[in-house]
Design a protein around this ligand. Sequence first.
Ligand SMILES: Nc1ncnc2c1ncn2[C@@H]1O[C@H](COP(=O)(O)OP(=O)(O)OP(=O)(O)O)[C@@H](O)[C@H]1O
Length: 363
Amino acid sequence: MGAMPRTEQSPAPGSTTRPDALNLVGVTKRLGRNEVLQGVDLRVGAGEIVALLGASGSGKTTLLRLVAGMLTPDSGQLTIGGRESAHLPPEARRLGFVFQDYALWPHLSAREHLTLVMGRAGAAQKARADTLLTTVGLAGLEVARPAQLSGGQRQRVALARALAVEPELILLDEPYSALDPVLRETLRGEVAALLRAEGRAALHVTHDPDEAMTVADRIIVLGGGKVLDDGPPERVYHSPATLGAARALGRLNELSAQVRGGEVSLGDWRAPAALPDGAAMVTVRWEHARAVRSHGAALQATFERDASMRGVTLSRFRLLDGPVVVAQRTTSYEPGEVVGLELAGVGVFSLEQSQPSTLWSVP
Ligand SMILES: Nc1ncnc2c1ncn2[C@@H]1O[C@H](COP(=O)(O)OP(=O)(O)OP(=O)(O)O)[C@@H](O)[C@H]1O
């Protein structure tokens, strides 16, 4: 078989031959004294929804500004729709934007927001604007101005406007953080379904792991200007590549432990760990630890108090050698009562190297 011809963007296995919506290779950016992005590789395939998840200060906004054309990378490549774009002006990049504050124009109707970005407001543009407004659930509100719309309706106008430019890629920057929790959950599901139906690619910036898990085909975790993990949501949640990624994906018990001779130990609790000898961190998500009335369990703890979280009863327990573990319980305990803890998914990160090595096990 002959060698495959080299193309500028290689399609992912199983995808169409459409070029990637976005591709960053080795992108660096310094702002003042800060190395804000340190060699970032990031890909959004055609029609793919990628969540960019990271704590405050991790570099999410800087990355978005580079993609949008408000900043230029110091080094590395940036292609949008297969086209080298690092030095293209923002208006030449074919991007749609949805921001948390909607960024609507107070004097324009919903329809005018769309026809303005489409160009001249002819009959064809008006018809297309109305179709898009219907698609996002705003039929009947075409002539309403932002002040006459609710928060959720304004965010739908912003989304329809982003779709109206027929973008290569839609950038969503914390798009639901100004909305109440119920509307946020409804809208994020609807928007993801709509983007998929329209075949639009999106880079969805958020610091909310639930949002990333719900909307994305893939999650990229950014921390300290570097990619800490990149993969399908379930994989990144259940076996994150780094301790930073484990933290970004949700509430985590972190317990200092030791690895010796291929085994990690935490009090009497032990598990095989093919990691270098020395300090390690055992991690267990709150929802993966469970208290049981078993005095034979390897991990013993005393009950301290409950902390109800959205209908799930989580409780604080203290291990006999000191640290607190948050775990689920199925029965009630008296303060000070000794219980056993079962761990349904454990991460072990060696702290002996600059990049922690990982081991995950699900008993
Ligand atoms: N103009 C600037 N000059 C110097 N440092 C900057 C500048 N802008 C941002 N930074 C630094 O770069 C780092 C990343 O900032 P960035 O705003 O990209 O993070 P973020 O992940 O978007 O955070 P948030 O979620 O809080 O918006 C931070 O440490 C910030 O202090």
